[in-house]
Design a protein around this ligand. Structure first.
Ligand code: BES
Ligand code: MN
Ligand code: ZN
Length: 495
């Protein structure tokens, strides 16, 4: 998809479809009013017919526009004529793009940035248009013989009120970078486990490194991890024929001696549960257990594309979790890289085994902060559903920064407590700690486990089990939390 800023007046514009907003009570946005003028009152005529009331998310496609270089006009309801909430702005955008499904429209000029949004400037509006539109037209056709998709749209031009034009180029560049990061994370998530293996993820990282000179890629093989004493991580891949990889993406955009932000993403390319085998229904969805890792790839790509003045390290511990003669068994005791011993009470709690050694490994980068993201617990889905990711951490300032970024990016978070009392549940009779904490508060006890390996830095954990993909009819990866992390990094760079 191509995106650009359109500065030509609407009267002389050429395009397949112009998207303009209308409010309730037949009130026109500035752009609607301007085309109404140049089309001899066409918009007012349509509104007076009553086919669109102006409620947020309603649409009407005017399929023929007499004597105009604009082939079609899409009217989009924005609701009451007052500044929109950011959610309502996105809702209108989504309705707009979805109404272009199954049409032959190739070039679109979107004028919806002319409405006022509470706490959303021109730059934010451009970004949202690109992110929402790009997200909506994504379709995973890699393995379909018929590659035809629902959208023919190739180019989206965005108009902006004169006063806000100063924001345009930054908004465009950021919007494209974030949207492409999201697409990359979605594509990797949707790829099946027989293709998207740890080796495949490592190859994708090397491809990124070849494309962006500011990104250095290195990969630790199992023999390297052995030398580092990563007994927890390696115990998971022992049960799989696919060798584990620990992928490092090193982005140096900041001052030489400024401490890096470390992002860790769980890259479990298929989670069968191991000997504590999962049940069959829905097991296919465990190909998504690498969405944390995919987010790290998407965010580092976006950071490199935006040339953010920051140092960022991405770490992706990647493995499969399979049942096998050599797999972890309940009762096994592991020695982690930190030296702490772990009793495996459930081999399906493998994510924390990958992450704990990666957290210890992160210490060598002398991090400013460490943020991990993982599809870690089914309990998070029970607690927060598919709306908010779980947030837990040992530093209030970091957690608050992430919450602030989540509000701007519409990539919701909700913080859960990490109180000492919960650590009790991880006690083991035979080792320093158990890898599961019983059925209560599963998301919290998983984070408690991780916290024991994050004592030497400021750390936050995002449980994205509910938010990284959709199930049911619209099954597929969402690309979350790429928007959140991208916003966090933008805030760190320029805030
Ligand atoms: N990858 C799963 C978590 C998961 C489950 C994500 C369902 C999304 C949907 C993780 O490795 C896992 O299996 N966790 C266990 C932990 C339990 C054994 C303590 C779980 O949530 O059941
Ligand atoms: Mn598991
Ligand atoms: Zn898992």
């Amino acid at each position: 998809m191509e995106y650009d800023i359109e500065t030509e007046p609407l009267e002389t514009l050429h395009c397949d479809c112009l998207i303009v907003g209308v409010y309730q009570n037949q009130q026109l946005s500035a752009s609607a009013s301007s085309v109404n003028h140049s089309t001899q009152g066409l918009i007012n005529k349509i509104l007076s017919r009553g086919d669109i009331s102006g409620k947020n998310g309603e649409t009407v496609l005017i399929n023929a526009v007499p004597d105009s270089a604009i082939e079609r006009i899409l009217l989009v309801g924005l609701g009451e004529n007052k500044p929109l909430s950011s959610k309502n702005f996105r809702k209108a955008l989504l309705a707009a793009i979805n109404s272009l499904k199954k049409t032959q429209i190739k070039s679109v000029v979107c004028c919806l940035a002319d409405c006022e949004v509470i706490a959303g400037d021109g730059q934010w509006k451009i970004r949202q248009i690109i992110e929402v539109f790009n997200d909506a037209v994504y379709q995973f056709t890699t393995f379909k013989s018929d590659k035809e998709t629902d959208f023919k749209v190739e180019k989206i031009s965005i108009t902006l009120p004169e006063a806000e034009l100063g924001f345009a180029s930054a908004g465009l560049a950021q919007g494209k970078a974030i949207a492409e990061g999201i697409s990359m994370a979605k594509l990797l998530g949707d790829l099946p486990g027989n293709i998207c293996t740890p080796t495949y993820l490592a190859e994708k990282a090397f491809e990124l490194g070849a494309k962006y000179p500011s990104l250095d890629i290195s990969v630790l093989e199992e023999s390297d991890m052995e030398k580092l004493g990563m007994g927890a991580l390696l115990s998971v891949s022992r049960g799989s024929r696919q060798p584990a990889k620990l992928i490092t993406l090193d982005y140096r955009g900041g001052e030489k001696n400024s401490k890096p932000i470390v992002l860790i993403g769980k890259g479990l390319t298929f989670d069968a549960g191991g000997i504590s085998l999962k049940q069959a229904p829905g097991m296919d969805e465990m190909k998504y257990d690498m969405c944390g890792g995919a987010t790290v790839l998407g965010v580092l790509q976006a950071a490199a594309q935006m040339q953010l003045p920051l140092n960022i390290i991405g770490l992706i511990p990647s493995s499969e979790n399979m049942p096998d003669g050599d797999a972890n068994k309940p009762g096994d005791i592991l020695i982690s890289m930190s030296g702490k011993t772990i009793e495996v009470l459930n081999t399906d709690a493998e994510g924390r085994l990958l992450l704990c050694d990666t957290l210890t490994y992160a210490e060598r980068f002398n991090p400013d902060v460490v943020i991990d993201m993982a599809t870690l617990t089914g309990a998070c889905l029970v607690a927060l559903g598919r709306v908010a990711s779980g947030l837990l951490g040992n530093n209030d300032a970091l957690c608050n920064d992430l919450i602030a970024a989540s509000q701007i990016s519409n990539d919701s978070l909700w913080r859960l407590p990490l109180w000492e009392e919960y650590q009790e549940q991880l006690k083991s009779n035979f080792a320093d700690l158990a890898n599961v904490g019983g059925k209560d508060a599963g998301t919290i006890t998983a984070a408690c486990f991780l916290s024991q390996f994050a004592e030497n830095f400021h750390w936050a954990h995002l449980d994205i089990a509910g938010t990284a993909w959709r199930t049911g009819l619209t099954k597929g990866a969402t690309g979350r939390p790429v928007p959140l992390l991208s916003q966090y990094l933008i805030n760190r760079a320029y805030g």
